[in-house]
Design a protein around this ligand. Sequence first.
Ligand SMILES: Cc1cc2nc3c(=O)[nH]c(=O)nc-3n(C[C@H](O)[C@H](O)[C@H](O)COP(=O)(O)O)c2cc1C
Length: 352
Amino acid sequence: MVLQSLAVPIIQAPMLGAQGEAMTLAVSKAGGMGSLAAASLSPAALAAAVAKLRSETDKPFGINLFILPPTQADTDAVRAAMARLAPWRERYGLPAQNIPNQWAEPFEPQFAALVEAAPPAASFTFGILTPEQVSALKARGTWVIGTATTVAEAKAWQAVGADAICAQGLEAGGHRGTFLKDIAASQIGTLSLLTTIREAVSLPVIAAGGITDGKAIAAALAMGAAAVQVGTAYLLADEATTSAPWREAIRQADDDATRLTRAFSGRYARGIENEFMRAMQPVADEIPAYPIQNALTQEMRAAAAKAGDAQALSLWAGQSVALAQPGPAAEITKRLWSEAQDALRMASSRWL
Ligand SMILES: Cc1cc2nc3c(=O)[nH]c(=O)nc-3n(C[C@H](O)[C@H](O)[C@H](O)COP(=O)(O)O)c2cc1C
């Protein structure tokens, strides 16, 4: 299994919009497992990315996709959403919006390219594969990780044949992977989620959410996690593609800076609270589902980043954001692991 071959049990979380191949390579070469967020890639770009990663490292890496059904757009809801966004587009000097030709990269062709490219590992969020899809990946030697935010989701991934579960606690930055129950029933903290999933399934469990320093890594390992998946701790890395205003918001964030919101994408995600999130709060239930709102806000977010304004940017970050530190991703990986080893040593010398 891939996790046993890692020198360092740290998986860099796939982070769409915040990382590319440079971060994946840096973490894999440092002994952890780098991931590449590939949800926005065309099948050809996905194949090229895997070929590039494979040409640059023989260490394990993972490719991540969003499992999405074909988009059904309700024209009236789309027009209402566009009307709500119009003043924000004006603020950044953008012209009136057209309905996009495509809401998101279709999943099926991406998945076919992934199977063909056969990366060492593949992870999935927002949904679940069929047993046949899991078998197709495994037949090509790809190790399959399914994201779960509840025990029921973890059991569902085990039932379709996944190799490991990524238990995504409520603390996590970015989108919730939830796919079975509603958001209210799927807000379980990493501590409880890791413990209950570990008891309910026989697969290795990767702990994710709020793990931003070595002591938290040590705690997760002591609790039976096979590895940790860390996102926010890499957001200030040299290799991160995090924009300048996003970086600044992270540097200034305190312990209660983040909220869950549907405002930017139509799917619940955790980020640092800003003006756009607050403005959309009263109409939160009317926002069209992912990927529609995500596509509609894309130009606005890009324009806000360009203008250096964090108030209309999706500032995805986890609850422990205040602990994120800058530096090369390899150094962050090494520091986290050395801190974790110190914490494990300290705990055992104190208590054993
Ligand atoms: C900026 C950002 C983008 C993310 N994008 C993805 C993604 O593309 N795919 C995915 O499976 N998870 C994504 N996540 C969630 C991570 O996989 C992981 O659950 C989370 O980062 C763990 O919590 P932490 O941020 O507190 O470390 C993202 C997280 C962040 C912070």
